[in-house]
Ligand binder design. Structure first.
Ligand code: NAI
Ligand code: MG
Length: 491
């Protein structure tokens, strides 16, 4: 395995490692810090100020002040849009540096940081910048001599808790609709990957966001995260991460009846029919599962392949999986980097062991790659049965379960036999069949003859235990607005 070269630009400037509260960079109240690591080398990158309940208290106070009595309330909607466009421009200007910092902290290949994450981040901010002055209500013809209208007002202070798999993109998905709607935010980045969020905080101040509008408190879930969830001064809580964490959050948010939205996990079916363009479907299966080291909520981790093409399909797929280039995430040719940390690495290896124990056949991979860094060889299991752990539970790693099926009815039923419902994909040249599947699969997104097609304008979120609410698109503005009905007697 290649050795990891330090990123040139990212290391040239000092990392921001403090908390952003009320427009100031501060140490944590406790003075504590925690390490963030390069998962390719297992070496520490930096010590970051560790926020906990005391810092959340200050951050919520700052966000409340900016919302209740600060200039943000009176900022014209169009100027909120201009600020967000300015932030997008600054991100674009610093694209290489941000991409390198993301790769350093998260381990994802630089080609992905540069060509996928960053462009999506910029696009998301520009999309919501456009919405800022287009969030309006209706006039409603009610009975009687009244003038009735609705207006949409910002919900208030938004607490936002994000994971480590797409650290910057998750900031964009959260800040975009919240700031466009006129909310103020307190963001808790994931403890594994706090660096790019902090850098975005610097750029937001440079863009001109008033103090207290954007607050960032890195720290751990059980301390900083839980304090944000429980805080009575937080009106709305948005969370992306594990379902079990969401359950804890929902219980705690009940005390203050916070508005909550969740974007959680999946065990998404990717269904390949015999009549599909099989080469395109092989590439779609690869992208759908191995992108971002398999650390995607929408990973197509249950690959259903129709019986008559199964063996041929698996051969072509396995050849491509074996050819994947693992190694130094800073090498532009690298396709797969390390998993984000030791906990994820261990979890994935334990699922691989379970797959073998329960009788699935490991066609390729199935072990650690190299002896340094949290790399896992891209893995394909065949002969997977619906009740095996690797067919039911979210692995969040480069482990694909290939499942054989016979016909449409059967595959729809099996695809829906899951607690999750985030995405599904279907590969077929029969357009009627594609629409029938899209109609009957219980999932928030269905891709037909494509995978992982994301756009800031297209809503995203889960049925069933994959989430509550939708992110992106016009729909996400609902998460950050309250609807007010005003009725005026006309005589
Ligand atoms: P997690 O859900 O525990 O962490 C996500 C975020 O929630 C982090 O910022 C964390 O600090 C925070 N958090 C944790 N406990 C909290 C609490 N009690 N109160 C408030 N905030 C809390 O996910 P984790 O532990 O990083 O990964 C575990 C598994 O979750 C993964 O293996 C994967 O299966 C799944 N996951 C799914 C993601 C998705 O995009 N749907 C993203 C990350 C993880
Ligand atoms: Mg956790």
């Amino acid at each position: 395995m290649a050795t990891v070269t330090e990123p040139r630009r990212a290391t040239r400037r000092a990392f921001q490692t403090k908390l952003l509260i009320g427009g100031q960079w501060r140490d944590s109240v406790s003075g504590k810090t925690f390490g963030t690591f390069n998962p390719a080398t297992e070496e520490e990158i930096a010590q970051v100020a560790e926020g906990d309940a005391a810092d959340i208290e200050l951050a919520v106070k700052a966000a409340r002040k900016a919302f209740d009595s600060g200039p943000w309330r009176k900022t014209d909607a169009r100027d909120r849009g201009r600020l967000m466009n300015r932030l997008a421009d600054l991100i674009e200007k610093h694209l290489d540096e941000l991409a390198e910092l993301e790769t350093l902290d998260n381990g994802k290949p630089i080609s992905e940081s540069k060509n996928a994450d960053l462009p999506l981040v910029i696009d998301c901010f520009r999309y919501y910048a456009g919405w800022a002055d287009k969030i309006h209500g209706q006039t409603i013809p009610i009975r009687g001599n009244y003038f009735c209208y609705t207006k949409r007002e910002p919900v208030g202070v938004a607490g936002q808790i994000i994971p480590w798999n797409f650290p910057m993109l998750m900031v964009a998905w959260k800040w975009g609709p919240a700031l466009a709607a006129g909310c103020t935010v307190v963001l808790k980045p994931a403890e594994q990957t706090p660096l790019t969020a902090l850098r975005l905080g610097e750029l937001a101040l440079e863009a001109g966001y008033p103090e207290g509008v954007i607050n960032i408190v890195p720290g751990f879930g059980e301390t900083a995260g839980a304090a944000l969830v429980g805080h009575p001064g937080v009106d709305k809580l948005a969370f992306t991460g594990e379902g079990r964490t969401a359950q804890i959050i929902m219980r705690s948010a009940a005390d203050t009846l916070k508005r909550i939205t969740f974007e959680l996990g999946g065990k998404s079916p990717n269904i390949v029919f015999a009549d599909a363009d099989l080469d395109a479907a092989v590439d779609g299966a690869l992208l759908g599962l191995y992108l971002n080291q398999g650390q995607c909520c929408c990973a197509g981790s249950r690959l259903f392949v129709q019986e008559s093409v199964h063996d041929k399909f698996v051969d072509r797929l396995a050849a491509k999986v074996k050819a994947r280039r693992l190694g130094d995430p800073f090498d532009p040719a690298t396709e797969q980097g390390p998993q984000v940390d030791k906990a994820q690495f261990d979890k994935i290896l334990s699922y691989i062991a379970k797959g073998r124990d329960q009788g699935a056949k490991c066609v390729t991979g199935g072990e650690r790659f190299g002896d340094k860094g949290f790399f896992i060889a891209p893995t394909v299991f065949t002969d997977v049965k619906d009740d095996m752990a690797i067919a039911r539970e979210e692995i969040f790693g480069p482990v694909l379960s290939v499942i054989k099926f016979r016909d449409v009815e059967e595959v729809i039923e099996r695809a829906n036999t899951t607690d999750y419902g985030l995405v599904a994909a279907v590969w077929t040249r029969d357009i009627g069949k594609a629409h029938a599947i899209a109609d009957r699969i219980r999932a928030g997104t269905v891709w037909v003859n494509c995978y992982d097609v994301f756009d800031a304008a297209a809503p995203f979120g889960g049925f069933k235990r994959s989430g509550i609410g939708r992110e992106l698109g016009e729909k996400a503005l609902d998460n950050y607005t309250e609807l007010k009905t005003v009725t005026v007697a006309l005589d």
